[in-house]
Design a protein around this ligand. Structure first.
Ligand SMILES: O=C(O)CCC(=O)C1=CC=C[C@@H](O)[C@@H]1C(=O)O
Ligand SMILES: [Mg+2]
Length: 369
């Protein structure tokens, strides 16, 4: 496969409702879409999930744009690729910038699968025909509003609900949710809002039998996570702390977590995501695919990834209509009886609505490689 031309589209999509967590509130979602054209006339799509400011990781839309245009895209030219894994190996020469790498590598994966005339799920080694849908509920001004939203999601059929927690909105919120939904598969995500000083406070979550507590402590602190995990019966899941398979191995060996969240953008792409999947599979570590408030394009990549056999838990994989008035893909992602069907058409298996992309675009670049 040879990449011949790449168009980048910086788009802005308004969320149906603002999404709040312990660090920020997202109202408009800026994303960079990668449209990659191959010498064989195939188009592959990727999506950069960096936010417009560096609150989740260091990367932003601005840094990713620069990295893609000036550093990473030149590494794709003049090469005949046999397999997308080679792209991630080539990108290893560049440190960090994983969301920028993942966006380009994702477009290569889509184009590769299309050239082979197989689905992305099949190209990755996926086995499931449908995957369980999970949903995230942001922090809200009132517990009543949160309960109302959870009720709505449960009625829509979601198989597990994740809520955002942080100091001042944690134990009481979880207690209220548990009282109303005693058997709901429920988890909480803190986005690094606590320190080890909160150990006794966090122990109060144990009786509520959460599926897991996601990223309670700092992103770079595996040691304190190990201490916290020793004190808690609630399994800890790491998100921001895990940027690679090696990070997952270290965290596991230190006892810093009992569950792993994989986001292709956070770990540098689908190839590395698959390496983490394989590692977790050999150790029996529960694993799921995280979400990044992405459009249907990155969601399609995530759905394909989640069809691999060792993704044992429902991910942050919800319907297009959860966040968007209108998604960028046809058909939109839907949830039926709590499941999302893995498409079996070539590549991501969804058509990209180019008119909609043009409508939402705020910046564009178009380059021959
Ligand atoms: O896309 C989804 O449905 C999941 C949204 C979500 O929980 C997150 C998206 C992006 C950053 C965080 O706030 C959070 C997470 O940490 O997992
Ligand atoms: Mg998280």
């Amino acid at each position: 496969m040879k990449a011949e031309r790449i168009r980048l589209h910086h788009i802005r999509m308004q969320l149906k409702q603002p999404f709040a967590n312990s660090l920020t509130t997202v109202t408009d979602r800026d994303l960079i879409l990668v449209e990659l054209l191959t010498a064989a006339g195939v188009t592959g799509w990727g999506e950069c999930v960096a936010f417009d400011t560096p609150w989740y990781t260091e990367e932003t839309v601005g840094t990713a744009w620069h990295m893609m245009e000036d550093v990473l895209m030149p590494l794709l030219s003049d090469t005949l690729w046999d397999h997308p894994d080679q792209v991630s190996e080539r990108f290893d020469a560049v440190r960090g910038n994983r969301m920028a790498k993942a966006a380009l590598e994702g477009a290569v994966w889509d184009a590769y699968a299309k050239e082979q005339d197989i689905s992305l799920a099949q190209a990755l080694g996926g086995e499931r025909e449908r995957i369980p849908a999970g949903v995230a509920v942001g922090t809200n001004a009132s517990v009543d509003e949160m309960l109302r939203q959870i009720e709505e999601r449960v009625a829509e059929g979601y198989r597990r609900v994740k809520v955002k927690v942080g100091p001042g909105a944690d134990v009481d919120v979880i207690a209220a949710i548990r009282e109303r939904f005693p058997a709901l598969p429920l988890m909480a995500d803190a986005n690094s809002a606590y320190t080890l000083e909160d150990i006794h406070h966090l122990k109060q979550l144990d009786p509520f039998e959460l599926m897991m507590l996601e990223q309670p402590l700092a992103a770079d602190d595996l040691v304190d996570h190990a201490r916290l995990q020793q004190a808690l019966s609630t399994p800890i899941c790491l998100d921001e702390s895990l940027l690679s398979r090696e990070d997952a191995r270290r965290a596991w060996e230190l006892g810093s977590c009992r569950v792993v969240n994989v986001k292709p953008g956070r770990v540098g792409g689908l190839s590395e995501a698959r390496r983490i999947h394989d590692f977790c599979g050999t150790r029996g570590i529960p694993l799921w695919v995280g979400g990044m408030l992405e459009s249907g394009i990155a969601r399609a990549h995530n759905i394909a990834l989640a069809s691999l056999p060792h993704f044992t838990l429902p991910g942050d994989l919800s319907a297009s209509a959860r966040y968007w008035y209108q998604d960028l893909i046809h058909p939109e992602v839907t949830v039926r009886e709590g499941f999302i069907t893995v498409p079996n058409g070539p590549g991501i298996g969804f058509e990209v609505d180019v008119e909609r992309v043009n409508h939402l675009r705020v910046r564009r670049s178009d380059r021959m490689l």
